[in-house]
Write a protein that binds this ligand. Structure first.
Ligand code: SAM
Ligand code: SF4
Length: 338
């Protein structure tokens, strides 16, 4: 007779928020160098510090056992990690066995190669980051002339049956003039699109606030040409949605610096080195790599998750001061995972 282990307790934080969504960064490396995300000469982590495929897999299973039902794989650029498809395939096997959704955020440079494999593994939706449709602006912003590959990757994803959502960082003086065109293009392809304000995460080569563009201003500009109606659509994330009458599509706006979206937060993040961050905008952290490399990884992982629930803060502490400045958190988005 086999005695099955009792079900483990779910992850609920001190503010009674049930945590069901894990964003897992599988690498801090990337083939682009988006100016708001990382410096041109970014120093990447030594490979030995990054979790192995087995560690990532074991950790993800540990999270699923504690009630995580959605995992988003991110980075850095997840598709530059060599053994990425092995992880996707392994986690795909947990779909309908605890895991309800497996997704990915990608810059799409390598999506043409991997779209079919992602769909075959059970991924249904992906987020693609695309800030402009103008090749020169792309090359300047991403510091790589990769727009053609990105568009090819997006087309391949669509052809593979993946539902694509476009994410766009709105940047004053860089892509702001092309945002309406980008929205119209996305809606023409039947993609949702979400705009996001630039956040103060890690040092980059320039002052991000030279390019900080409040989405209120973007919305006002768009409303001069389109009818934006607030929508009831919710994804459990921080975006607020609008239906655009003229394009027939949906537009999301994420305003981390000017709005507090923390009350309904259901997520935690883990870096490629196994550091759990309880909040994107805070420093509360648990070392899960140490747990995974300990004598009793299962128990240590559970203890780490319990600790994370105790330290998850009520809200992020991104804040703009009287001078319109926000103090940068030391880590880059490519480390914590977007
Ligand atoms: N490389 C993949 C990509 O670009 O989709 C996944 C990782 S990337 C860090 C995830 C998201 O974070 C991207 O949509 C990117 O635009 C966004 N991002 C990076 N740095 C940011 C920042 N400082 N403020 C706001 N968004 C940022
Ligand atoms: Fe790479 Fe994504 Fe950061 Fe751009 S935003 S540099 S694609 S990790």
């Amino acid at each position: 007779m086999t005695i099955s282990a009792p079900p483990k307790s779910q992850l609920v934080d001190q503010f009674a928020r049930r945590i069901s969504y894990l964003r897992l960064s599988v690498t801090d490396r990337c083939d682009l160098r988006c100016a708001y995300c990382m410096p041109e000469k970014m120093t990447f982590l030594p490979r030995k510090d990054v979790l192995s495929l087995e560690e990532l897999h074991d950790m993800a299973l540990g999270f699923i056992a504690r009630g995580i039902t959605k995992i988003r794989l991110t980075g850095g650029e997840p598709l530059v990690r060599r053994d990425m498809m092995e992880l996707v395939t392994a986690l795909g096997r947990k779909l309908e066995d605890g895991l309800e959704e497996l997704t990915m955020t990608t810059n799409a440079t390598r999506l043409a190669e991997f779209a079919d494999g992602l769909a075959a593994a059970g991924i249904r939706r992906i987020n693609v980051s695309l800030d402009t449709l103008d090749r020169e602006t792309f090359a300047r912003l991403a510091r790589r002339d990769s727009l053609p590959q990105v568009l090819e990757g997006i087309a391949a994803a669509k052809a593979a049956g993946l539902k694509v959502k476009i994410n766009t960082v709105a940047l004053k003086g860089i892509n702001e003039g092309g945002i309406a065109d980008l929205i119209a293009w996305a809606h023409g392809q039947h993609f949702d699109i979400t705009l996001i304000e630039v956040m103060p995460l890690g040092e980059v080569d320039e002052d991000r606030f030279d390019h900080y563009l409040p989405l209120m201003a973007v919305r006002e500009q768009l409303e001069q040409q389109w009818t934006l109606t607030p929508s009831d659509h919710r994804t459990g994330g921080p975006a607020r949605y609008f239906d655009v009458a003229e394009t027939g599509g949906r537009l999301g706006l994420i305003t981390p610096l000017t709005n507090n979206f923390c009350d309904g937060c259901n997520r935690i993040r883990v870096t490629a080195t196994g550091q759990l961050y309880a909040c994107l905008g805070g420093n509360e952290q648990v070392d899960l790599r140490a747990a995974l490399r300990s004598a009793d990884p299962q128990a240590a992982l559970d203890e780490g998750l319990d600790l994370a629930m105790r330290i998850k803060p009520a809200r992020h502490n991104f804040a703009i001061d009287a001078h319109g400045q926000a103090p940068a958190l030391a880590r880059h988005m490519s480390m914590t995972g977007g």
